[in-house]
Design a protein around this ligand. Structure first.
Ligand SMILES: [Cu+2]
Length: 107
């Protein structure tokens, strides 16, 4: 006798979460896992693997992550228009030491 299975078909909500850009920073570098993304809302997830405190700034945007302790991860979401952005740590001297990178937002 066949076993009657009730097939529960999951109804997945079609909620699209914003693309995630994982970034690692340390002394003295800032390295995104991907360096381009489609325009719109973007979530930056920044992990500090270094030994000093850092922060995270998308140049030209108001939102920032003000403090990322060593071995900590912080994230923020911003809405980006197409263009080329510079991601930096703007603590004194850090950008000059190498903590900056280019990031492209495509239409
Ligand atoms: Cu820094």
């Amino acid at each position: 006798m066949p076993i009657l299975a009730i097939l529960a078909i999951p109804i997945t909500a079609c909620v699209q979460s914003p693309p995630l850009v994982e970034i690692t920073q340390w002394e003295w570098s800032i390295e995104p896992l991907r360096d381009e993304v489609k325009a719109g809302e973007v979530t930056f997830m920044v992990t500090n693997t270094g030994n000093l405190e850092h922060n995270f700034v998308v140049e030209g945007m108001d939102e920032t992550i003000e403090l990322i302790l060593p071995q900590d991860t912080q994230s923020m979401s911003v809405t980006l228009r197409p263009g080329t952005y510079t991601l930096i740590c703007d603590l004194s001297g850090h950008r000059e030491a190498g903590m900056e990178t280019q990031f492209t937002v495509n239409p």
